[in-house]
Ligand binder design. Structure first.
Ligand code: SF4
Length: 220
């Protein structure tokens, strides 16, 4: 299984790069193939022309952010958006870098917000939890206490995440994943039809499971 692994053909990033949204999917149990995550974090993955309308998504997302910002300003918050919120957290030979959509501050009241356009998913909340835990490490906008988190959806009720939800158990799970990604030991691929269909490195992976196991149970 190891002689045709794709990392042999890919350029190494030189440093492990981790986006919180990648970790979030693993934390939410949506991504089980550690090999996929390790490949994405450590190698330069060629772009794919997947059927995803990035421009349409961006304009919908931007409109949602603008609506949220307008409301927050009317409530007296000082609002920081997108690029102003970019952070870079070092962990050994790895960097975790992300950009929360909105950080709103009114005195001691600090909220970190991500706007999402689709249906609520557990990984959306895990991503905001990672932002909440990480931004205090870099004291982004002077924030030193874990803020409140919020995921705002276009067509669903917002989900509020309290600082107490950044538990030691949550940190330990994130830490274990980062440890796996920083390791020079490459995990074995664990192909599964469902996961391979949505895997961001499927186009370079020779282990992609193309078909669902299908058959007939004569005894039924
Ligand atoms: S295509 Fe499947 S086996 Fe290959 S990295 Fe992705 S999830 Fe793992």
């Amino acid at each position: 299984m190891t002689n045709n692994r794709p990392e042999k053909k890919l350029s190494h990033r030189g440093k492990t790069f981790i986006h919180p949204s990648w970790l979030a999917k693993a934390l939410a149990g949506d991504r089980h193939c550690d090999y996929s995550l390790h490949l994405q974090a450590n190698y330069k993955i060629p772009k794919t022309d997947r059927d995803f309308d990035l421009l349409a998504y961006k304009s919908k997302h931007q409109a949602a952010i603008e609506r949220t910002v307008k409301l927050l300003i009317s409530q007296g918050y000082q609002v920081h958006i997108e690029n102003a919120n970019s952070f870079w957290v070092n962990s050994g030979n790895a960097v975790i870098s992300g950009t929360p959509d909105i950080i709103a501050i009114k005195g001691d009241d600090v909220i970190i917000i991500d706007n999402k356009t689709g249906k609520p998913r557990a990984c959306d909340q895990e991503q905001v939890k990672l932002y909440m835990a990480l931004i205090v490490s870099v004291k982004l906008h002077g924030i030193t206490k874990i803020p409140l988190g919020k995921v705002i959806y276009d067509n669903y009720s917002p989900v509020v995440i309290f600082p107490e939800e950044i538990t030691e158990e949550f940190r330990a799970r994130a830490r274990n994943l980062v440890k796996m990604l920083k390791s020079t030991t490459i995990p074995l691929p664990t192909p599964s039809y469902r996961e391979c269909q949505w895997c961001p490195v499927a186009h370079v992976c020779s282990h992609k499971m193309e078909d669902m196991a299908t058959g007939t149970a004569e005894w039924l």
